[in-house]
Design a protein around this ligand. Structure first.
Ligand SMILES: Cc1cc2nc3c(=O)[nH]c(=O)nc-3n(C[C@H](O)[C@H](O)[C@H](O)COP(=O)(O)OP(=O)(O)OC[C@H]3O[C@@H](n4cnc5c(N)ncnc54)[C@H](O)[C@@H]3O)c2cc1C
Length: 432
């Protein structure tokens, strides 16, 4: 197959479909290439889909159009030790009104829907089309080759939106051949079947309300955290584990996940559920310092392929950044077509648009967060300190009480050490 388009998008995930939708709506002839049987077939995430402001003019009542599971009204942060847990819950009526702040979704359904919207706008979606390499002419990228049938597609501009490992960006020489393992995490997830009424009763939800819980201290000392999210009639439970720390531990993600699911606090919430599937995927966690070159002659990189993902421990933001960067790459391609300039400088507007948007502003703001999250104390000593403190506060055993300040200082001294605590507070203040 040999064809020529105005633009080629590699990968029909949230970044790629958003880019294709933007360009197709403006009248460009766009190829959207996806290696899966259909968009989303191989995609997974935790996860909470945060509000997609980049697509709000296209889908003003997004919540009525997109295939969503539940909108999140309850957010919790849990610190856990082997036998205790301490929760902070945030529950607001505000998040029960559209435009909702976040949703649980099924990626196979959501990604397929978004790609179909791009097709409705005029894009040509090609499933089972794995991009093998980029085509260069005179130093410029002018198309891609496909693994299947020696296919060759040409376009003056290519958008690499093929996810965290982006072979397209690698082949284009925009990212280093090897990743720094401290920049990557692996996410493992179990999907648990559970009737809607059981989920509603167990988590205190009504209608399509949903709950999310981020959990610290559940990964046996491996840096990372756990999550539990309510879907319509299933639960997503999983762990996101820093690759460097995981490989040092010698433990496997699936053993850690199984142990996590059997912890009494989690087992109670999963009771009666049936395991539907396990899945795993990498997460780019290196933040701003992981971002590769995002523009070359005839090419731009968007979404996870450009490491546009923010992990703070409270939130994981990936799809919103992927969508925003996809839309902006699409707009930059439109401008390049107007000016007939697809060179690196002709596409430089993409960087400017990203700098002006929340994408690069937030990535810069949280630049020091990945370093903070490499502090092992967060995953062991702090959950122990908080659970120990609560235990002391609530215990009534006939002995005289201490003041709160004394209790706090004593527990902090025992579990963390005052010098470490001060250093961690300073690091946390700089990172968040
Ligand atoms: C465990 C876990 C939890 C997460 N939790 C959250 C969360 O709560 N909230 C959030 O916003 N984000 C979360 N994320 C991150 C989020 O999933 C990503 O940031 C987002 O999917 C990035 O979108 P993308 O379009 O850039 O890449 P992807 O979603 O990875 O899509 C890339 C697409 O490209 C295709 N592709 C790859 N290579 C080729 C090729 N050579 N040729 C053709 N097609 C190709 C793939 O099949 C895929 O469809 C989580 C991720 C994980 C793993």
């Amino acid at each position: 197959m040999k064809r020529t388009f105005d633009a080629i998008v590699v990968g029909a995930g949230p970044a790629g479909s958003s880019a294709a939708l933007t360009m197709a709506k403006a009248g460009l002839d766009v190829a959207l290439l996806e290696r899966g049987e259909f968009p989303g077939e191989k995609n997974m995430f935790g996860g909470v889909l945060h509000r997609l402001t980049a697509l709000e003019d296209v889908f003003p009542d997004f919540w009525n159009q997109a295939p969503l599971e539940r909108h999140i009204v309850k957010k919790a942060l849990t610190f856990m030790t082997g036998d205790a847990s301490f929760n902070v819950n945030f529950d607001t009526e505000e998040s029960d009104k559209p435009p909702y702040n976040g949703y649980t979704i099924s990626r196979p359904k959501f990604d397929r829907w978004l790609a179909e919207e791009a097709v409705k706008a005029g894009a040509t979606l090609m499933n089972r089309s794995t991009v093998d390499d980029v085509i260069r002419e005179g130093g410029k990228i002018v198309g891609v080759t496909l693994l299947r049938d020696g296919g060759e597609l040409r376009a003056p501009v290519v958008i690499a939106a093929d996810g965290v490992l982006s072979f397209t960006a690698k082949k284009a020489g925009l990212r280093r051949p090897q990743f720094d393992p401290s920049h990557l995490a692996v996410g493992v997830k179990a999907l648990i079947d559970m009737p809607k009424e059981v989920i509603d009763d167990r988590f205190g939800l009504v209608r399509d309300q949903g709950a999310s819980n981020e959990i610290v201290g559940c990964s046996q000392g491996v840096r990372g955290g756990g999550f539990l999210y309510t879907n319509y009639d299933s639960l997503s439970i999983g762990l996101v584990l820093h690759l460097s720390s995981l490989s040092k531990s010698g433990k496997t993600p699936y053993d850690l996940l199984n142990d996590f699911m059997q912890q009494p606090q989690m087992a109670k919430q999963l009771r009666g559920g049936r395991l539907l599937e396990y899945s795993a995927h990498l997460v780019p966690e290196g933040g701003y310092d992981m971002i590769p070159e995002i523009i070359g002659d005839g090419i731009m990189v968007a979404g996870d392929a450009a490491a546009m993902c923010i992990v703070t421990g409270l939130n994981l933001e990936g799809i919103n950044l992927a969508t925003q960067s996809g839309v902006l790459a699409g707009k930059a391609a439109l401008e390049a077509h107007q000016n007939r300039d697809f060179s690196k400088s002709g596409l430089a507007v993409y960087r400017r648009l990203l700098e002006e948007s929340y994408v690069l502003k937030d990535l810069k703001l949280y630049r020091r967060t990945p370093e903070m999250l490499h502090n092992d104390r967060i995953y062991t000593q702090y959950p122990e300190m908080l659970c120990g403190l609560m235990d002391e506060i609530y215990r009534i055993d006939g002995t005289p009480k201490d003041t709160m300040t004394k209790l706090l200082l004593r527990t902090a001294k025992q579990k963390i050490g005052i010098k470490n605590l001060l250093a961690d507070v300073y690091q946390g203040w700089r990172a968040l």
